[in-house]
Design a protein around this ligand. Sequence first.
Ligand code: HXC
Length: 259
Amino acid sequence: MEFEFILVNPNYDKHIALIQLNRPKELNALNLQLMLELKKALQQLDDNDDVRCIIITGNEQAFAAGADIKQMESKNAIDLLKIDQFETWDQIRKTKKPIIAAVSGFALGGGCELVMTCDMVVASETAKFGQPEIKLGIMPGAGGTQRLTKAVGKALAMEMVLTGKFMSAEEALSAGLINRVVPTELYLEEAVKLAKEITIQSPVAIRLAKESVLKAFDSGLQEGLYFERKNFYMCFASEDQKEGMKAFVEKRKPVFTGK
Ligand code: HXC
């Protein structure tokens, strides 16, 4: 399987496949093509009977620092509506096999949302989770307001989404966002260990069990996701979105005017 922005190994370990996000210079910023590649890879691995568990990882510095701001900067609400990138995210969420995110470094914005779309999370002690979209004059758009709130509760989710502050791996563990924290040199190994506890089980029971846990988690989620999506598009009708993203690209602090 050949892709440009991800590396895929369907035989990483017995019954375990590995997907590595691979735009290291951009801290694995999730551009549209990367997300399409990820969707395609997950579909292929879902169809591969030899694969029983999938690990998604980045590199030591970054899992993913968010959606690609440079790609979004000039877009307006209608552009986004037409691109319909969330169709890709919806498909990723439909993967039947369990997915473990092995996270080191930044997992921000869309990167944190991708982590939360996975089923379990193993983090290195350097991992940082956050929804910093507010600093760009926008808000989370790929499930952040919904999944973070369900995972860590209203108070903490509200603080993270409204201030954009990051959460350390230890904080994420105690808040219930992730499963384990290990020293950086061990995070991928630890994810494989967890995957092995799953691959020895019945693949049929695992599939049905995953589906059922998601049912509990996702009840009411679809409605929330659509609501969030509309508001995310709405942000792109503002001057503040242009200013927030332009300031990021120009490496300066944004000046928001409320327009
Ligand atoms: C595009 C990005 C990027 C991003 C980093 N880069 N994050 N490019 N989109 N999300 C690029 C930088 O422009 C830079 O490229 C290179 O990666 C290294 O980043 P630096 O900023 O120089 O690194 P550092 O000083 O270590 O700071 C790391 C950081 C910072 C704190 C993670 O990069 C940052 O704040 N990134 C943006 C995080 C963010 O706001 N994410 C949310 C995006 S919106 P150059 O060419 O300058 O070297 C989002 C919405 C999702 O995710 C909605 C649905 C999909």
